[in-house]
Write a protein that binds this ligand. Structure first.
Ligand SMILES: NC(=O)c1ccc[n+]([C@@H]2O[C@H](COP(=O)([O-])OP(=O)(O)OC[C@H]3O[C@@H](n4cnc5c(N)ncnc54)[C@H](OP(=O)(O)O)[C@@H]3O)[C@@H](O)[C@H]2O)c1
Length: 275
């Protein structure tokens, strides 16, 4: 039986944000806290989490930071069980932790491919599986997965990363239908390039995106808030890339041709020796 969903009141909510030691995750944690949520902000690096903790302090309340590697199911279980024991519930889960690599598959160590899958995709699965039973029991909750434009469009030299982001979208779409009757909203955000530490691990020859396509963490965080408040399923951004994704859906062959030529030209330019 389909039921209407109770609106999520940010003010009194308990939110768990992964990958909150920098970039998008930190911004989402701060924006949720600014709206009165109690935030459990997690990642692996204690030093960077301390910076998040200091920023969260400005908003008062009981928000906290927790060390957790999302690719470790036992660590995820501990983190979620501790949050449930301490706060009684998790209303909002933002699966954001992730990393990417920019290298042809032939040059990518298999350990990197496996680690990316364990972090970006399985991390999302582990956190969701742990938080879900209590959301279903309370018939309320929101799960927001941070995927990417790379989850809609495969581009050269980023295949293993694209695969993890496609997987997150497939999982989100299935869960959206599965959990709606239980009062739990699922959303997926698909940003293009965002100005964060993310590209640090990229091969130095990775092409730079055109400036007009580059988002800030604040743009993505706003999309997360909108997805929760307005029960949006998928938000693709910026608009220029959303249009390209739309055209890819309508004219897949034409767009494959155009994307191939645009991306290989960009790749050639970035790999040419600098004058
Ligand atoms: N920046 C972009 O262009 C872009 C575009 C589309 C989508 N995204 C997605 O946005 C998400 C956030 O990336 P970002 O741009 O904000 O990059 P970022 O600044 O590098 O942040 C990544 C966060 O993930 C955490 N993390 C990485 N591996 C982890 C693990 N195994 N367990 C727990 N936390 C882990 C990092 O913290 P620790 O190192 O402390 O663990 C960090 O807090 C990622 O899922 C990424 O795929 C980024």
């Amino acid at each position: 039986m389909m039921v209407g969903m109770a609106p999520i009141d940010f003010k009194n909510s308990i939110a768990l944000v992964t990958g909150a030691s920098s970039g998008i995750g930190r911004q989402v944690a701060l924006d949720l806290a600014a709206q009165g949520a109690t935030v459990v902000a997690s990642s692996r690096s204690r030093a960077r989490l301390d910076e998040t903790a200091a920023a969260l302090k400005r908003y008062g309340g009981a928000s906290e930071v927790v060390e957790c590697d999302v690719s470790d199911p036992a660590a995820v279980k501990r983190m979620v069980q501790d949050a449930l024991a301490k706060f009684g519930r998790v209303d909002i889960l933002v699966n954001n932790a992730g990393f990417g690599d920019y290298l042809p598959l032939a040059e990518t160590p298999i350990e990197t491919v496996e680690s990316m899958l364990r972090t970006n995709y399985l991390g999302t699965v582990y956190c969701t599986k742990e938080a879900l039973p209590s959301m279903i029991a309370r018939r309320s909750g929101a799960i927001v997965n941070i995927s990417s434009i790379s989850g809609i469009m495969g581009t050269p030299e980023i295949g293993p990363y694209c695969a993890t982001k496609f997987a997150q979208i497939g999982l989100s779409e299935s869960l959206y239908h599965e959990l709606k009757p239980h009062g739990v909203h699922v959303a997926v955000i698909c940003p293009g390039p965002v100005r964060t530490n993310f590209r640090r691990s990229f091969d130095a020859r990775a092409p730079e995106p055109p400036e007009f396509m580059v988002l800030e963490s604040t743009d993505v965080s706003r999309a997360v808030m909108r997805a929760i408040a307005k029960r949006k399923f998928r938000i693709v951004m910026p608009r220029s890339l959303a249009l390209i994704c739309y055209l890819k859906g309508v004219f897949p062959g034409v767009m494959r041709f155009l994307i191939y030529h645009a991306m290989t030209a960009a790749s050639r330019r970035s790999r040419a020796p600098k004058a």
